[in-house]
Design a binder for this molecule. Structure first.
Ligand SMILES: [Zn+2]
Length: 128
């Protein structure tokens, strides 16, 4: 037999002393939220609610559903809902596709004469 038992006890002692390591059980969605901050929703100055058709203006809260196929680098905004029509969860999700439901405020960006609506301070509600 070898002295592997003593070696194992040294390793476990050192892994306990790692206060700078990010916790594996920490919030998993912060990185995801940064992907959506400032992301374009639609062109123009308003975004229509997918359910009731209400036109959402700058500063209005909204819920958006986004998806990303496994071979794509970025998410695509699929649908936008006003606060009154927001779904409570993702419901049916697509196989081979990352789905995200998020809440955000509607922001307005512009360049020259062109306006487009963007997500401001997004918060992930559900992923699937
Ligand atoms: Zn609506």
């Amino acid at each position: 037999m070898t002295d592997s038992h003593a070696w194992l006890s040294v390793v476990s002692d050192s892994t306990l002393e790692s206060p700078d390591q990010p916790s594996p059980t920490g919030p998993p969605d912060h990185h995801l939220e940064t992907q959506f901050d400032g992301k374009q929703i639609t062109t123009g100055e308003t975004a229509p609610c997918h359910h009731c058709g209400d036109h959402l203006h700058e500063g209005r809260p909204l819920t958006a559903r986004a998806y990303r196929h496994s071979d794509e680098p970025a998410y695509t905004i699929a649908t936008v809902y006003c606060a009154g029509c927001a779904p409570v969860g993702l419901g049916k999700t697509t196989r081979g596709c990352d789905d995200v439901l998020l809440e955000a405020d509607l922001g307005l960006a512009m360049a020259g004469q062109t306006h487009w609506t963007i997500l401001v301070e997004p918060t992930i509600v559900a992923t699937g």
